[in-house]
Ligand binder design. Structure first.
Ligand code: SF4
Length: 337
């Protein structure tokens, strides 16, 4: 590392190297799985050509980066590969994307230019409400056309971007749309959604006062089944994560809540035990993140102890946001004396 560099420059370099390692690891994973050719838009290719290329020791050929050539076709901002990644490569990719620094925006959708990034390490300046609304509408329009996961794009009815107040202080992040959400184009509308709404009411909030989104914007397909849901694959989450990252940059929430293990995995970039992690503050790009159980889990378990645990997590969120908490609220789900 350059000893004459400023701390912020070193942090930027570290972020760049982490992303570079993740990219190399991803390409190596593709190579190991037999890939020899991937499509890359011309702008990304030009950028890559200015960097050194590292081959895996012993490998005689790296996958070839080939520009897409369809005339007049709008290229996606990222050289995203819409297929499942080998799990190790996906985890490393997720880690890099979930980290901080401008380099991490490389695989993501375009970030609105209505906010000028602050100096490295400094919080981004607050957007004004109208700019947030416009940026979110622009994101919705672009996401509605997203076909990075062709298998999901061909089976979905909606791209479920999210719902709520773009100026909300609190962002809830779930897993992926289910059948109801896919039909209605809104996250958390089924039984689990009703429970989330009840949790919000208990916090003296409504769905209109928070923002609710998912790690994956399209319903995971269930080929051969007429119903049912499945967990998104690491590759699907890695491919879709830039949409959520862009949303977070637009929303600038003060606190985030990850609902369930899959949301935690998507946001933190590695599988983690929700039982061990829930109730403990995490950090997502400088934003406090509270992991807790998914409402669907509470519906299945029907355990008063688990309901109380989720409620304790929500009390911690309310405290973090300096929301007033009544004695009655503090006593929810506690055994009656
Ligand atoms: S899941 Fe996300 S990345 Fe994949 S097609 Fe849908 S919106 Fe695009």
């Amino acid at each position: 590392m350059d000893s004459t560099a400023l701390p912020s420059q070193n942090a930027g370099m570290a972020g760049y190297r982490e992303l570079l390692d993740a990219t190399i690891s991803h390409l190596e994973g593709l190579q190991e799985s037999g890939e020899r050719l991937i499509e890359v838009d011309r702008l990304t290719l030009a950028g890559l050509m200015t960097k050194a290329v590292r081959l895996k020791p012993g490998a005689d050929k790296a996958p070839v980066l080939a520009p897409k050539t369809t005339p007049g076709e709008r290229q996606p901002a990222a050289a995203a590969v819409p297929r499942s990644l080998p799990s190790g490569a996906a985890a490393r990719w997720n880690r890099a994307v979930a980290g901080s620094g401008p380099a991490n925006r490389i695989p993501g959708p375009a970030v609105s230019s209505s906010v000028t990034p602050g100096p490295a390490g400094a919080p981004a300046p607050k957007r004004d409400p109208a700019a947030k609304e416009a940026a979110m509408n622009d994101l919705r329009r672009r996401a509605a056309e997203c076909i990075r996961c062709p298998h999901l794009a061909s089976s979905r009815r909606s791209v479920v971007v999210g719902v709520g107040d773009v100026n909300a202080r609190l962002l809830f992040v779930g897993e992926a749309p289910g059948a109801d959400e896919d039909r209605q184009g809104e996250p958390f509308v089924g039984a689990a959604g009703e429970l989330l709404t009840r949790i919000l009411v208990a916090m003296n909030l409504s769905r209109d006062q928070v923002f609710i989104a998912n790690v994956l914007k399209c319903r995971p397909d269930t080929p051969g089944q007429s119903h049912g849901n499945r967990k998104p694959t690491p590759g699907e989450m890695a491919t879709c994560l830039p949409w959520l990252q862009e949303q977070i940059e637009i929303l600038q929430p003060e606190v985030m809540v990850a609902l369930g293990a899959t949301a935690v995995e998507g946001l933190l970039g590695r599988p983690m035990s929700i039982t061990r992690l829930r109730g403990q503050w995490q950090d997502h790009r400088g934003i406090p993140l509270m992991p807790t159980y998914h409402p669907a889990y509470l519906l299945r378990s029907q355990s008063p102890a688990d309901k109380r645990r989720v409620w304790e997590d929500m009390l911690a969120v309310m405290e973090r946001l300096a929301m007033p908490i009544s004695e009655r609220q503090r006593g929810f789900f506690l055994p009656k004396p």
